[in-house]
Ligand binder design. Structure first.
Ligand code: UTP
Length: 284
C-alpha cells in the first residue's frame, strides 16, 4: 500500500510561526512533525510515500533528501551518532512529491495524488498530526481495512468542548472498536454533533474516492472537503484506534504535544518533570 501525506496547507492558525516555514516542519520535542508521520508510515510497512506540498514547502523536500556537506562535516568531525541519524532520515523510504497549486482544501490536496496512486487503496496521514501508539496507527487501520473491505478511518473520542474542531461521525457500532459510518459532519457545534467520535487524520481510502472528490462542491471558505467526498462513498468504517493523536495545528496543541512527547523520552523525563514542578510552584 502507498501513503499520501498532505502537507500543503497554509497553517494560518499557527501564524506568524508559519509565515516562512511549513507548519509540518515545526519540531515537536526533537524532530519535525512530518518526520514522525513518515516514520509511522514506514513502521506500518509502507515504503512508497507521496507528500503533497505547495509554495513555501521546500524545506520538507530538503529534510528527506541527502545533505552531502553536512554528512561530510559530521564524518570529518567524528560525530558518528549524528551522521547515522541524518543518513537514516534520507534512507527511510521512497518519497515522492506533488504540488497542490492552490490551497483549496484537503479533498483537493488528495486529488493531486490520483496518478501516483494508480487505482489501488491507499493510506492518508495528515502531515500536521502525530499518532502515538504501540502498534502504529496506520498499521492498525490497514488491518481493520482488510477486515472491513471498505474505506476505514481512524476515530477518537474527544471531550465535548473540542467537538467543534473536528469532523464528527454518526455511526452504529459494528464490533468492539469498529463503527459503520452513516454520516459525517465537519466541525459541528456541540448541540448539533451526532456523537463525540472525531475523525483524527488517518485514513485508508479506496481509489473511487478520486471520482467522489470531483463531484464535491466547495464548502466553507471555498474548500473542497475530504469529508464531503467520503460521505458519498458506498461504505466507510470508523476504527477507534488504540493510541493517542496529537494535532499540532495550533500553538497550544503544539506546545502540549511537545511536552507530552518529551515526557515519553527516558533521557529528559525526570529533568522536565522537575522543571515543570518548579514552574508550577512559582506560579509562572
Ligand atoms: P488543516 O486544515 O489542519 O491545515 O489541514 P491548514 O489549512 O494548513 O490549517 P489552517 O486552518 O490554515 O491553520 C490538515 C492537513 O492537510 C493539509 C495541511 O498541510 C495539513 O497537514 N492541507 C490542508 C493541504 O495539503 N492542502 C489544503 O488545501 C489544506
Amino acid at each position: 500500500m502507498k501513503a499520501v501525506i498532505p502537507a500543503a496547507g497554509l497553517g494560518t492558525r499557527f501564524l506568524p510561526a508559519t509565515k516562512a516555514q511549513p507548519k509540518e516542519m515545526l519540531p515537536v520535542f526533537n524532530k519535525p512533525t512530518i518526520q514522525y508521520v513518515v516514520e509511522e508510515a514506514v513502521s506500518s510497512g509502507i515504503d512508497d510515500i507521496l507528500i503533497i506540498t505547495g509554495k513555501g514547502k521546500r524545506s520538507i523536500e530538503d529534510h528527506f533528501d541527502r545533505s552531502f556537506e553536512l554528512e561530510y562535516s559530521l564524518r570529518n568531525s567524528g560525530k558518528t551518532e549524528n551522521l547515522r541519524e541524518i543518513e537514516a532520515i534520507s534512507d527511510m523510504a521512497d518519497i515522492y512529491y506533488v504540488r497542490q497549486k492552490k490551497q483549496k482544501g484537503l479533498g483537493d490536496a488528495i486529488s493531486t495524488a490520483k496518478n501516483h496512486i494508480d487505482g489501488e487503496p491507499f493510506a492518508v496521514l495528515l502531515g500536521d498530526t502525530i499518532a502515538q501508539s504501540k502498534v502504529p496507527c496506520t498499521k492498525q487501520l490497514m488491518d481493520a481495512f482488510y477486515k472491513c473491505e471498505a474505506s476505514t478511518i481512524a476515530i477518537e473520542r474527544v471531550p465535548d468542548e473540542k467537538i467543534e474542531r473536528y469532523g464528527i461521525i454518526k455511526g452504529t457500532q459494528f464490533s468492539d472498536s469498529v463503527y459503520k459510518i452513516e454520516d459525517m459532519v465537519e466541525k459541528p457545534s456541540f448541540q448539533e454533533a451526532p456523537s463525540n467520535l472525531a475523525i483524527t487524520g488517518r485514513y485508508i481510502l479506496v481509489p473511487e474516492i478520486f471520482d467522489h472528490i470531483k463531484d464535491v462542491k466547495p464548502g466553507v471558505g471555498g474548500e473542497i472537503q475530504l469529508t464531503d467526498a467520503m460521505r458519498s462513498l458506498d461504505a466507510v468504517y470508523g476504527y477507534v484506534f488504540d493510541g493517542k493523536i496529537y494535532d499540532i495545528g495550533n500553538t497550544f496543541e503544539w506546545l502540549k504535544s511537545s511536552i507530552e512527547i518529551a515526557l515519553m523520552d527516558d533521557n529528559v523525563r525526570d529533568e522536565l518533570k522537575q522543571y515543570l514542578r518548579e514552574c508550577l510552584s512559582k506560579g509562572n
